[in-house]
Design a protein around this ligand. Structure first.
Ligand SMILES: Nc1ncnc2c1ncn2[C@@H]1O[C@H](COP(=O)(O)OP(=O)(O)OP(=O)(O)O)[C@@H](O)[C@H]1O
Ligand SMILES: Nc1nc2c(ncn2[C@@H]2O[C@H](COP(=O)(O)O)[C@@H](O)[C@H]2O)c(=O)[nH]1
Length: 208
């Protein structure tokens, strides 16, 4: 079956159906998405992690091209104008986006691609790729979420307040996603994500 895929320019074209799978990992800042993601990649090195582009400044220890592609606002706006991003959003005063080409190429080559992104971007991906597996990670409580963001010691008080305000809005959207997982016990949350990804994969193999 042929499938319509959007191109860089935003136009659509008929192409062979992608054989891989998009997996969205979303949830409020500080809930543990990145930490879960890193452990998931250790267990499943065959998964492809999509490295995002951001205008945020690098945190200590972050590497350009590994954690993010760090760009200026102008560079980011040029990427948007050129249709190079699969989705993008402004979050807590910075832009974040998913490079289109790398994701499409990985999907075409049969890989499962994981996007670790915030709510607005996750909604854009779900609208464009309704077959994506979408997982919303919830904190056990708002006080635990705050503790985790503060414990990370990477953000100013103002940035923390902004992220917590945004977290409250984001959590109300959790029901929009295929699966909700509470990241209380880390191993249990990781196992639940893994099980969801593996069961999707075996279903796709059986039906494909
Ligand atoms: N289950 C857990 N119990 C306790 N602490 C946790 C748990 N999972 C993650 N953490 C800790 O919470 C902090 C925030 O985690 P992480 O940076 O992965 O969050 P995030 O959702 O990726 O945030 P952001 O979206 O802002 O990048 C880290 O210090 C991490 O070690
Ligand atoms: N819409 C997108 N959101 C993204 C992308 N990459 C990361 N994120 C999300 O942004 C916030 C803040 O991240 P931080 O590294 O500054 O703490 C967090 O929720 C990330 O998941 C992206 O490409 N698109």
């Amino acid at each position: 079956m042929m499938q319509v895929i959007s191109t860089k320019s935003g136009a659509t074209t008929k192409e062979c159906p992608p054989t891989g799978k998009l997996i969205i990992l979303t949830g409020p800042s500080g809930v543990g998405k990145g930490t879960l993601m890193r452990s998931l990649l250790q267990r499943h090195p065959d998964l492809h992690y999509s490295v995002s582009v951001t205008t945020r400044s690098p945190r200590p220890g972050e590497t350009n091209g590994k954690d993010y592609y760090f760009v200026s606002r102008r560079e980011f706006e040029e990427l948007v104008a050129a249709g190079e991003l699969l989705e993008w959003a402004e979050f807590a005063g910075n832009y974040y986006g998913t490079p289109r080409e790398a994701v499409i190429n990985q999907i075409r080559s049969g890989k499962r691609v994981v996007l670790e992104i915030e709510l607005k971007g996750a909604r854009q991906i779900r609208a464009s790729y309704p077959n994506a597996l979408s997982i919303f990670i919830l904190p056990p409580s708002m006080s635990e979420l705050e503790k985790r963001i503060r414990g990370r010691a990477q953000d100013s008080d103002e940035a923390i307040a902004r992220r917590l305000r945004r977290a409250q809005e984001e959590i109300t959207a959790a029901d929009e996603f295929n699966l909700k997982i509470v990241n209380d016990d880390f191993e249990r949350a990781l196992n639940a994500i893994e099980a969801a990804i593996l069961s999707e994969h075996s279903l796709a193999r059986r039906s494909g």
